[in-house]
Design a protein around this ligand. Structure first.
Ligand SMILES: Cc1cc2nc3c(=O)[nH]c(=O)nc-3n(C[C@H](O)[C@H](O)[C@H](O)COP(=O)(O)OP(=O)(O)OC[C@H]3O[C@@H](n4cnc5c(N)ncnc54)[C@H](O)[C@@H]3O)c2cc1C
Length: 235
């Protein structure tokens, strides 16, 4: 039983494993049957910075696939997926829901699956500084992510935190603004295909991880970027 290693995939299979009493292995990069009831796995640990060889003993393997481990490919026609419709029988009690948090206005892409993430750190200076990042993210078709300092300060909600204790992202483009690039932050964004850093400090660790870096004040660079993008947009 295999699901994508997204927040949703992990949650659904963890529930399935708990209900059935089967073990579950999260974030697998590969899996092969070693013997009857035995599976040889390679799993991403520590936000993908470590690969673990593991042996899973279970009559049915319940696995999620690390999000960046397998390239997306259209299903081969010969291996057409068989769809088995399932109609659960639900009672009124099954439908009772307690809402404990709101996703906030806008909806759209989640941080984990967004193709573009505009990240903001302490350098943004305060909650009011995120308006420009939201605008840039909107123009690029992306979402805003933040460092832990930002959530600890209460500037933005924890759901937007990128990193070891936040969300792991793997966008096409990560624009890190006023973020130093601490190891715990990089653990969450090292799968980004391209990293662009905007930072006043040329020695900030994020610069050595970035494909492109703009050494400058984000309060000048981001408005200039927004203006340049708007100038290229059709009227
Ligand atoms: C167990 C543990 C787990 C952690 N988990 C996470 C996690 O999941 N995610 C996470 O992010 N952190 C995590 N941290 C915290 C991490 O170690 C760093 O403290 C944090 O990432 C730093 O956030 P920052 O880059 O926003 O701030 P800072 O390190 O203070 O960096 C701010 C940066 O902004 C730049 N800057 C300042 N002003 C401007 C300006 N006007 N324009 C442009 N640049 C500017 C500065 O040069 C600096 O590089 C964790 C720490 C621990 C111990």
């Amino acid at each position: 039983m295999v699901a994508a290693g997204t927040d949703r995939g992990q949650e659904v299979l963890a529930h399935l494993a708990a209900i059935t009493g089967l073990p579950m292995a999260a974030n697998c990069a590969s899996a092969e049957r070693a013997a009857a009831g035995e599976w040889r796995l390679v799993r991403h640990r520590w936000a993908g910075s470590l690969l673990e060889d593991a042996l899973l003993r279970a009559p049915v393997a319940v696995l999620t696939v690390a999000v960046d481990a397998v390239a997306a490919a259209p299903a081969a026609e010969s291996a057409a997926t068989r769809v088995c419709p399932y109609e659960p029988v639900l009672s009124e009690a099954d439908l009772a829901v307690l809402a404990t948090a709101s996703a906030g206005p806008g909806g759209g892409d989640s941080l984990a699956t967004a193709r573009v993430v505009v990240g903001g750190g302490r350098g943004v200076g305060g909650p009011e500084g995120f308006g420009a990042l939201e605008e840039l993210a909107g123009l690029l078709g992306g979402v805003v992510g933040v460092s832990r300092v930002v959530t600890s300060e209460g500037w933005r909600p924890h759901q937007q935190q990128v990193g070891q204790t936040g969300t792991r992202i793997s966008p096409e483009l990560y624009v890190a603004c006023g973020i130093s690039g601490a190891i715990q932050h990089m653990a969450g964004c090292q799968s980004a295909r391209h990293i662009v850093a905007i930072n006043t400090d040329p020695e900030a660790p994020i610069i050595s991880h970035a494909d492109y870096a703009v050494i400058g004040d984000l309060n000048q660079v981001i408005p200039a970027l927004i203006a340049a993008i708007r100038a290229r947009m059709p009227a």
